[in-house]
Design a protein around this ligand. Structure first.
Ligand code: PGA
Length: 252
């Protein structure tokens, strides 16, 4: 049985101080939730403050990106080790906003996935098609390519720890959500690809999140799908009440 995982991707929102206020409120609202893994992914500048604030709780910390090198002349970048020492367990990699605005490619995502796993971080590997790709009937093909290339050369003994997030680009921040059926179709395809890349048992164990305009109102129906194991939540994770509502939607 896969344990559902709901992660809040705060993107470029919340100062450290605002982050702490949100976490204090959230902790209270989800203190009785046991069967959902909760992950908070604040901006780098708030990681330390959030890390301190969730100490002693079951809430996990994640970053929104990292670089594949260990150290060196890479202005503006942070390494896996830096994130680990702040208490991060997860790192979001290949988010569509990074692919669109910051030149992230399947190849760079692959390098980062390998480094994350080798370092002991769990990557949340983001994939998803654009609107024109869905319209032309290429959604599954695009996602297949992204998954295959993200996991290229990633050995067993690492791959099974990864999380995949299916985030149709047309659903991110737009208010348009994939229907549970649309999402399930791609999720089961992703699981099939993972089974081909590794084996059926590994594919059955890997958690696949849905992301794209999740709200408390649509979360439960999405999470009820067989291959949807939680969500990666943007906008609705910025308010404690709506994020808590989504987390509750993932309770088994
Ligand atoms: P959204 O973002 O929930 O605001 O659509 C999801 C994401 O980008 O991870």
């Amino acid at each position: 049985m896969r344990r559902p995982i709901v992660a809040g991707n705060w993107k470029m929102n919340k100062t450290a101080q605002e982050a702490v206020a949100l976490v204090v409120e959230l902790k209270e609202l989800v203190s009785d939730v046991k069967d959902v893994e909760i992950v908070l992914c604040p901006p780098f500048t708030a990681l330390e403050a959030v890390s301190r604030c969730i100490e002693g709780s079951d809430i996990c910390l994640g970053a929104q990106d990292m670089f594949w090198e260990k150290s060196g002349p890479y202005t503006g970048e942070v390494s896996a080790e830096m994130l680990l020492t702040l208490g991060c367990k997860y790192v979001i990699l290949g988010h569509s906003e990074r692919r669109t605005h910051f030149g992230e490619t399947n190849q760079t995502v692959n390098r980062k996935v390998k480094t994350a796993l080798e370092s002991g971080l769990v990557p949340i590997v983001c994939v998803g098609e654009r609107l024109e790709e869905r319209r032309s009937g290429d959604a599954k093909k695009v996602v297949e390519d992204q998954v295959t290339r993200a996991f290229d050369g990633v050995p067993l003994g690492g791959a099974e720890r990864a999380v995949v997030a299916y985030e149709p680009v047309w659903a991110i921040g737009t208010g348009l959500t994939a229907t549970p059926d649309q999402a399930q179709e791609v999720h089961s395809h992703i699981r099939q690809i993972l089974a081909e890349l590794y084996n059926a048992e590994v594919a059955e164990g890997i958690r696949i999140q849905y992301g794209g305009s999740i709200k408390p109102e649509n979360a439960r129906d999405l999470f009820a799908q067989q291959d949807i194991d939680g969500g990666l939540v943007g906008g609705a994770s910025l308010k404690a009440e709506s994020f808590a509502g989504i987390i509750r939607g993932a309770q088994l």
